[in-house]
Design a protein around this ligand. Sequence first.
Ligand SMILES: O=C(O)CCC(=O)C(=O)O
Length: 278
Amino acid sequence: MITEDEVLHFQTLGFLQCRQLFSPDEIQALSEAFDAAMERQRGGKPEPVLNQDEHGYSTASQDEIPFFDTDPDAFYPLLDDARILDVFEQLMGSDYIMAAHSAVIYGGGTPWHHDTVAPEGFFSMRAALYLDPLGPEDGCLTVIPGSHFKEFRDALVNTVGNFQHSNQLGINASELPGQYPLVNQPGDVIFMNHKLYHASLKPRPGRRILRVTCVQNTTPEKNREHYDWLVQYLNGITEGHGIIYSDGLLANGGPRCQELMARGLKIGFGTGNLIPSP
Ligand SMILES: O=C(O)CCC(=O)C(=O)O
């Protein structure tokens, strides 16, 4: 559980870093399982192909969505873990949907961008466990607090750009004022609204992240605009990544995960089919 102050922190700034939610032993087990599963996904090749462009940004990383089915014993418990789900519930309200579980080994940094932008009054978000100690010099996740608010984010998109290396502010994008580096110790969990502007500003290859992605739920009766966006968002995940609720997860996911999947299944998401329009 987080405090009311922490909820306000997330609502105001667009992110919340919860320090040391997982113990060193838990992180070591996750880290070993992560490396082994990534290697299996690479067909036994010991190293991923880590490419960077001339700015040090990843052009190819090992990006696995869905990922947690690669080692259910190690990763499924994260999808039922109160340390993560209680926070989602406090931030999104009790009616939300499991949308994805993923992992990445980054080939370098990541330019300024935001992720999915839901309509006003609605949002999706993720919990991220970076498995390595990361400071600004290692390309820790760096955010522009408050940029989940539309007017600010739109101004940044216009001047700094989205996935752009150049900008119109007359400064190097890596020196963007207002940036806030989230120095990470393994065991921290970073909760972030997808609308927030974020980047990783140093080209350190090999940063490892585990992510759980959720989205608020609604119905056409409650809010047609939000529902239409939700369907489009979930259909986009299906088109990009196929089945998110595998047979293994549907059979073995814990009780809270089952509830979150049941809501997705009810509107037609999770099993690889596109959600029909109502
Ligand atoms: O750590 C990074 O390089 C950026 C992560 C990111 O863009 C994301 O998780 O949405």
